[in-house]
Design a protein around this ligand. Structure first.
Ligand code: FNR
Length: 179
């Protein structure tokens, strides 16, 4: 079982990004032990970036990332980019060594037909700065996401589910090679 810390880039209760994250958590629960971590942390401020002043929520986030075998990030697309919420959490965690050499996977969604591709690419660009080990060549992009989720949280599009199954298989193969 691979222990995954999942960062979801939207804080709203009915978030489609959260729905995508929960889909990944639930569908692959026999292979991945996914914990959706709280990234509702204060804005990064260098004045509180020290052991005495660091917010407790940030210390918790550090520990959750540290204890995970892998990190997944799921992003919405805001103004052609990732969300400020996710970028802020990444800025905090990048001040620790815990993302370094961590196998990772990113996914995006949007209600439009691009599937959040620009949010995905912006997130990819940010993570290029951090020595994570992102699974290359496997993009989970969910277009028209508001039409895709059934009441029980499953995705009602067989082709998409098959594709995501393949990406997760590829991630597990990749994880076992790089770990
Ligand atoms: C958006 N949305 C959006 N969608 C898109 O495809 N491209 C974009 O550039 C943007 N920009 C954008 C900016 C801001 C500030 C908001 C609030 C929204 C729509 C957005 O992707 C959609 O509302 C998602 O459902 C938001 O994700 P959650 O909260 O459902 O996870």
């Amino acid at each position: 079982m691979i222990k995954v810390a999942m960062m979801v880039g939207s804080l709203r209760k009915e978030s489609l990004t959260l729905k995508l994250g929960e889909f990944l958590k639930n569908r692959y629960s026999d292979k991945l032990d996914v914990e959706i971590v709280n990234i509702d942390v204060p804005l990064y401020n260098g004045d509180i970036d020290n052991d005495a002043d660091r917010p407790a929520s940030v210390t918790t986030l550090f520990n959750q990332v540290k204890d995970a075998d892998a990190v997944f990030m799921v992003t919405p697309e805001y103004n052609n980019s990732t969300s400020g919420v996710l970028k802020n959490a990444i800025d905090w965690v990048s001040r620790s060594p815990y993302l370094n050499n961590k196998p990772g996977l990113i996914a995006a969604q949007s209600m439009g037909m691009t599937g959040g591709a620009r949010g995905y690419l912006a997130l990819h660009e940010i993570l290029n700065r951090i020595p994570m080990m992102l699974l290359p060549g496997n993009d989970i992009l969910l277009p028209a996401s508001h039409t895709k989720f059934a009441e029980d949280g499953s995705i009602n599009d067989e082709g998409t589910v098959k594709f995501i199954d393949g990406v997760i298989e590829n991630f597990i193969t990749y994880y076992n090679k790089v770990k």
